[in-house]
Design a protein around this ligand. Structure first.
Ligand code: MG
Length: 255
């Protein structure tokens, strides 16, 4: 079911967006060569406790997950594209890290992701991250009253194709509200003018993610982490946005 939020409810959702943005900012600062993924998870968990927020990941157990997630963020390194389960791994020079974080504040959820390179970057990794950010920006720009979801999807897909990337549409954006995943689905490619009409009060996450080689994934032995079948690197970017009469409101905007 697709729910539309009132202007007052959108105001109530702002603290969740601000908190998720703040945590991602802290994680970006903390991520460095030699830092363990479990330390990043512990940092986020500490910030959740201090804020009185609730993790939407820790008990998350969808049909495709082998067991409850058990951590408060996803850390996907190099060939890991999505759902990277934080584990005992120290970041190495040149690692491409995607951090996906969501939490609930005052009963409202926000969801956001960012990719970065620790230490010395490879040019192709920076270009992949840049393309992913551009796809996110294009999707947000298309998230306007009068457009349809297909306009958001096609805007994302166009950026990827122009960069020569293939697109896997198995995982994409989603409605966000009282829970982390709701309707509508926001595919990372689609046809303009098709799909759900965008109306004021619709809140959803836009989350392009692309791999440098293949468009196929496999699930790691940890039961969660999704990796590229050819070992190519992946990047991911995400914001939770609201459709308003004044244009898209990016609830998880970072300074
Ligand atoms: Mg997310």
């Amino acid at each position: 079911m697709i729910e539309l939020r009132t202007a007052a409810e959108l105001e109530q959702m702002r603290p969740a967006g601000a908190f998720v943005a703040e945590v991602l900012g802290e994680l970006q600062k903390a991520a460095d060569v030699g830092v363990n993924l479990l330390e990043l998870d512990a940092l986020a968990h500490d910030l959740i406790r201090k804020r009185g927020a609730v993790s939407t990941y820790i008990d998350y157990h969808p049909s495709f997950g082998a067991m409850p997630f058990g951590k408060v963020l996803c850390t996907s390194v190099n060939d890991a594209a999505l759902h990277g389960l934080p584990h005992n791994y120290r970041l190495q020079d040149g690692d491409l890290l995607s951090i996906d974080f969501a939490a609930s504040v005052d009963g409202w959820v926000a969801d956001s992701a960012v990719s970065l390179v620790v230490g010395t970057p490879r040019a192709e990794d920076l270009a992949l991250i840049e393309t992913t950010e551009q796809a996110l920006a294009a999707g947000i720009k298309a998230a306007r009253v009068g457009n349809r979801m297909g306009d958001v999807s096609s805007a994302i897909g166009e950026v990827a194709r122009a960069a020569g990337l293939s697109i896997n549409t198995d995982f994409g954006g989603h409605g966000v509200g009282r829970t982390m995943h709701g309707d509508p689905h926001v595919p990372n490619d689609g046809r303009p003018g098709r799909g759900f009409p965008l109306k004021p009060g619709l809140v959803f996450a836009i989350e392009p993610w692309f791999m440098l080689g293949t468009d196929r994934l496999y699930t790691d032995a940890d039961g969660w982490t999704l990796r590229s079948v050819d070992g190519s690197r992946a990047a991911h970017a995400e914001h939770t946005i609201a459709i308003t009469d004044d244009g898209p409101l990016v609830l998880t905007a970072r300074d």
